[in-house]
Design a protein around this ligand. Structure first.
Ligand SMILES: Nc1ncnc2c1ncn2[C@@H]1O[C@H](COP(=O)(O)OP(=O)(O)OP(=O)(O)O)[C@@H](O)[C@H]1O
Ligand SMILES: [Mg+2]
Length: 599
């Protein structure tokens, strides 16, 4: 499954650079120290072959010439030892600060991506798949961290080795150094070609990894459903397909990596051979010492070796560029639901009056059909509003507009007479508590889960919310009571218990508006009646909207809305609707028949 990302607006390259520079700024010292200290390592590596060459040519003596002797050799050896110590110290420091810079930078980047995802509207989350967001937060950030570390090490090392090596080789013997001037541009062209071919392949590989992550996540999360429908084989087949696609894409990208090493090694060996052949003749002619020849060969190995490292880095960077693009997609996504232009940002919901005025809504703007059409109704503070209707008629879509989980397309949703778009989102959602149809609990104790409603609630408040939701009884019967650990998603409580805990969590918010979206479907009718009667006393002033499949759940509501195909087709109390509304009668009598059959 590939993500369907539609970036809100084109982001200018300069804006993007500015954004990433912002992440670098706090660690600028590490970003400077890392490459700077690497400079000492480079300096050492550049000087050592030269000293070695001088030691051989002048100290030992070549071509029949008398050497300067042990004193000269010892002096040079001491000098070389000094350089090695400086080199090692600089190298360790360079690596240390480069790692520190890369880890801190990528950790801040990960936090920024996570924070951004938290601001996403439901629609934004719909546009990315969950699997894709997880890959971006983990794998992609790790890629960026690795390449940053490598880049900091190579930033000075590669050009330093190249320039320093060429200068040194030229100063020893310019004629021999010409070989380098031929080899370097040739390798440069090869590296450029490599980059062009590898980038699209690594992008594809990353996309396939997304697909596999999405598959795996969906499968593991819903393993119970899969097993109960005996879908294991089909799921294994679908997983294998995604896995094979990733394998092929990885293979196609890795082919480039595999080809690079032998080509580079070949180039290095040819250059060495040519140097030996031409250099050998120069040495025989007596124009150069053996030590100088071996120094030049060392420079060639070093230069081509660092070019090889650059090519490896470019390959990795093409992966990192793909990762960076995907991170940017998240960071640049325009959150389509903000309170930037809200007129009453600091206003709180105080009464709980709800009004829908000719509301039209759909999930995808380019689709013709509306999910909700011409919805108008009011709910007075403290009233109980029931919503019934066949599945897919738009009940959940309607209530999601009240806490502004989605925005209306036409018309207005007002809370306490103010358009929901004019509230600060936090204030609005604090006033409107919603138990979603597909609600979940999180790993942690029951108490921790309930505290989502109110962090500072006293134990007494937690108990009384649980009592109203008819949850206190069963929680107290657990050995650890409110301290009982819930598994991920609340797997170790029953469906009905989970629903009651979700209601208790919503009640702790002490909301002005409480929305229950089919939240008692797994609770037996007697317990449900007790929840309703507890609401009447404990939440007298709270406006309650109850979506239900069973008419019995809303029978005593002040107003019932009957929905069909995205429209309100009936509005009134149970006794009014049962007399006059055809859709309501149909639902009521079909359920009454069923009850009769059961009894
Ligand atoms: N996140 C979504 N993205 C796209 N379409 C959606 C989304 N959620 C619901 N829909 C579509 O909107 C329509 C109304 O769905 P909604 O969930 O509001 O129905 P409902 O009355 O709550 O149904 P149910 O009783 O089964 O819960 C359906 O056709 C559904 O396919
Ligand atoms: Mg629904």
């Amino acid at each position: 499954m590939l993500c369907r990302v539609k970036p809100g607006r084109a982001v200018k390259g300069s804006d993007r650079v500015k954004k990433y520079l912002g992440f670098i700024k706090p660690y600028i010292l590490y970003f400077i120290l890392g490459p700077l200290l690497m400079l000492t390592e480079v300096a050492g590596e550049i000087v050592l072959p030269r000293l070695m060459g001088e030691m051989v040519d002048n100290g030992i003596g070549t071509g029949g010439a008398q050497g300067l002797g042990a004193g000269y050799i010892a002096g040079h050896a001491l000098m070389m030892f000094g350089f090695i110590i400086i080199m090692i110290t600089g190298g360790i420091g360079g690596h240390y600060f480069s790692i520190k810079a890369a880890v801190n930078f990528s950790s801040d980047l990960r936090k920024a991506v996570f924070d951004k995802v938290q601001t996403f509207s439901f629609k934004n989350i719909d546009d990315f798949s969950t699997g894709s967001l997880v890959t971006r937060l983990t794998n992609d950030i790790t890629q960026i961290m690795n390449i940053t570390r490598m880049a900091l090490i190579m930033a000075v090392r590669a050009p330093g080795m190249l320039i320093g090596g060429v200068i040194m080789a030229c100063s020893i013997n310019p004629r021999l150094a010409m070989i380098l001037l031929v080899m370097i541009p040739l390798l440069g062209i090869a590296i450029f070609g490599l980059l062009r071919t590898s980038l699209p392949r690594f992008t594809l590989m990353q996309e396939k990894l997304d697909g596999l992550n999405a598959r795996t996540q969906e499968n593991i999360t819903n393993v119970r459903v899969i097993k109960s429908f005996v879908r294991d084989k089909l799921e294994i087949k679908r997983f294998n397909e995604a896995s094979c696609e990733l394998r092929d894409a990885t293979f196609s990208a890795m082919k480039i990596v595999v080809c690079t090493m032998p080509v580079m090694t070949l180039a290095m060996n040819i250059a060495t051979l040519v140097t030996l052949w031409r250099g050998g003749n120069i040495v025989i002619a007596g124009d150069m010492g053996v030590g100088s020849l071996s120094a030049i060969i060392q420079y060639i190995t070093q230069i081509l070796g660092s070019l090889m490292m650059v090519s490896m880095m470019i390959i990795s960077s093409s992966r990192a560029v793909a990762s960076l693009k995907r991170i940017s997609e998240v960071l640049d996504t325009e959150v389509d639901l903000t309170d930037e232009n809200a007129k009453y940002k600091d206003r709180h919901v105080t009464e709980g009056r709800i009004e829908f005025r000719n509301v039209y809504f759909k999930y995808y703007e380019n689709r013709d059909d509306y999910v909700l059409s011409d919805i108008s109704f009011t709910a007075e503070p403290g009233q109980v509003i029931g919503i019934v209707g066949v599945t897919g008629s738009g009940k959940s879509s309607l209530v999601q507009l009240i806490p502004r989980l989605y925005d209306v397309l036409k018309g207005e949703v007002l809370v306490d007479g103010i358009n929901v778009k004019d509230y600060g989102i936090k204030n609005l959602r604090e006033g409107v508590s919603m138990v979603l149809q597909k609600n979940v609990l999180f790993s942690g104790t029951i108490e921790e889960n309930l505290r989502w409603g109110d962090e500072n609630a006293s134990m007494e408040e937690i108990r009384s919310a649980a009592e109203a939701a008819q949850a206190d009884g069963f929680v107290s019967s657990f050995i650890n009571g409110y301290e009982m650990e819930l598994g991920q998603g609340g797997v170790n409580v029953s469906g009905g218990q989970k629903q009651r805990l979700c209601i208790a969590r919503a009640l702790l918010k002490k909301p002005r508006i409480l929305i229950l979206d089919d939240s008692t479907s797994a609770v037996d009718t007697a317990t449900e009646a007790r929840i309703r009667s507890a609401f009447r006393t404990a939440l007298k002033d709270t406006t309650k909207i109850i979506i239900a499949q069973r008419i019995s759940s809303v029978i005593d509501a002040d107003k019932i809305l009957v929905m069909n195909d995205g429209r309100i087709v009936g509005e009134g109390t149970h006794s009014e609707l049962i007399k006059s509304n055809k859709e309501y009668q149909e639902i009521y009598y079909s359920q009454a028949d069923k009850e009769k059959e059961v009894s």
